[in-house]
Design a protein around this ligand. Structure first.
Ligand code: SF4
Length: 252
């Protein structure tokens, strides 16, 4: 029997949990995370699970680190019930609701259905690879914060400069920052191009250089991180180096 089409009120999710934001300028805030399945890129360093699964794992209570499961696809009603429970029960706990992935912007129809309801509970914080400007445009009215990546060609395997420029031009209508993950082998010319793109498109926006972190830690030397920042600030003074912190905090 062919699989039934997924209604636009349901989505394939990977996990739902409450944790500390571990990256970027909002590092340390408590967030409710909803991780969507599917991604349109395949970055070399990616260690995030985004392949569709039959059941989404859901924390039994915010921060409990114990999980039950919810059959995929997950419905609008299930999400609303969970938000009523978690946010209604602890209204001041979470700074925002993080839509993460994978790439959440691959799910525009369901997000158009879910976001007005979700925003009744928490501000919406979108974590995105920044490559899908048309999809962003349709969701902009419902977004509060945008954490946008610029994916460097040596890491994503794609030249996405035009898509990133258009995306940032739209995203700057909201509270946005740009994150660039860089590794030992990243050409400084790519850091320069990214910094110029941000300076030309949204000079008021923070650029976060994030040293690539894997389970074995950060391989970049201090000198490499300082050099990358030196190159970036030449074009975009609002550049900071902020590492990913999930691993050493031991949080999700
Ligand atoms: S965009 Fe994010 S989730 Fe997708 S492959 Fe790259 S790092 Fe992984």
């Amino acid at each position: 029997m062919p699989a039934r089409p997924i209604p636009v009120t349901e989505a394939n999710l990977i996990e739902i949990f409450s944790s500390i934001q571990g990256e970027g300028p909002y590092l340390g805030y408590r967030q409710l995370f909803i991780r969507f399945a599917h991604c349109n890129l395949s970055c070399t360093y990616c260690d995030t699970p985004f392949a569709p699964v039959s059941a989404c794992r859901v924390e039994t209570a915010p921060g409990s680190e114990s999980f039950s499961s919810l059959k995929n696809p997950v419905s609008h009603k299930s999400i609303e019930t969970l938000l009523e429970d978690w946010v209604g029960g602890s209204p001041d706990l979470h700074h925002s609701l993080s839509l993460t992935g994978g790439e959440p912007l691959l799910q525009v129809p369901v997000l158009l259905d879910w976001l007005p309801m979700m925003r009744n509970y928490l501000p919406i914080y979108l974590e995105t690879n920044g490559s899908l400007p048309a999809q962003l445009k349709s969701l902009l009215p419902w977004l509060d914060y945008i954490s946008m990546d610029i994916k460097l060609p040596s890491i994503s395997g794609h030249e996405l400069w035009d898509e990133h420029r258009e995306f940032l031009g739209l995203a700057r209508q909201k509270t946005v920052f740009v994150k660039v993950v860089f590794a030992q082998t990243t050409p400084l010319s790519e850091i320069e191009t990214a910094a110029r793109l941000v300076a030309e498109t949204a000079p008021d926006v923070d650029l976060i250089l994030q040293p690539c972190t894997q389970s074995s830690g950060i391989k970049l030397t201090t000198g490499q991180m300082l050099k990358a920042q030196q190159v970036a600030v030449t074009y975009h003074p609002k550049t900071r180096v902020i590492p990913q912190t999930h691993n050493f905090l031991g949080v999700l």
